[in-house]
Design a protein around this ligand. Sequence first.
Ligand code: CA
Length: 295
Amino acid sequence: MRILVVEDEPRLGRALQRGLTAEGYRVDLATDGIAGLEAIRHEAYDTIVLDIMLPRLSGYRVVRTMREEGIWSPVLILSAKDGEYDEADGLDCGADDYLTKPFSFVVLLARLRALHRRGAPERPTVLTVGTLRLDPASRRVVRDDTEITLTAREYALLEYLMRRQDQVVTKIELLDRVWDAGADTDPNVVEVYVGYLRRKIDQPFARHSLQTVRGAGYRLVDDTRGGDLRMAAVDGSASDADAVSDAFADSAIASDAVSDGGAPPTDTVGAAAGRKSQARAADGDVPAAATPRDT
Ligand code: CA
């Protein structure tokens, strides 16, 4: 695995090169932004460890330029700058992860392994799922031609789901990536925010793009695509998911129904059973595939 370290601080650069080499990586070192960008253009690196404050060309500019040129190698930003705003800047310009100095070498290694597992898929600057568009640089979200206003957390949740279009994302993963790992966050907060998002990105447009996959998590899809075929595929996944954990599915759906219960027009159904299935349909949930508990 080839790694490029772009770091102008000589001792840190050499220490990283030595440490990563000892871990079995092939490591190149560049000491300014221009040299880093040149190396990135000419060599296929598996991962790039990039300082922000660099002579000649900042780390932000390096990563933005390489993305514009269609180079998708994972980038981990390493910087003495800290704070949420700087991290957002780094990620908006196309980086994949962020570590603030001083950092633990063990943590760096773990992050590099995680980045390597993800590989280098194309990550276009503007994310699109069906008619839903999100521009990380301007933080604008648009459905059809209508701009949607989101809170910071709703935005972060949507961006994460959009980057994993069509994939099932677990509640734990969302807690970890959107709400900070390790914090004592109530997992139900994910369901609550999924409900908020649906009321903004789906319900006003009569869409069901943000789906609950029973027993597994959530999935953002282009729900305008291939009607019946798509529903068949969703049903299939739901069966697999059911096998994983029926209990989880039940609790997830129950809390979803509760957290979204106040949203019109789902609340107008009288009978309890009707109310549950109605709420579930309005949530963009996978259609109930005739399970005993639905009858
Ligand atoms: Ca520096």
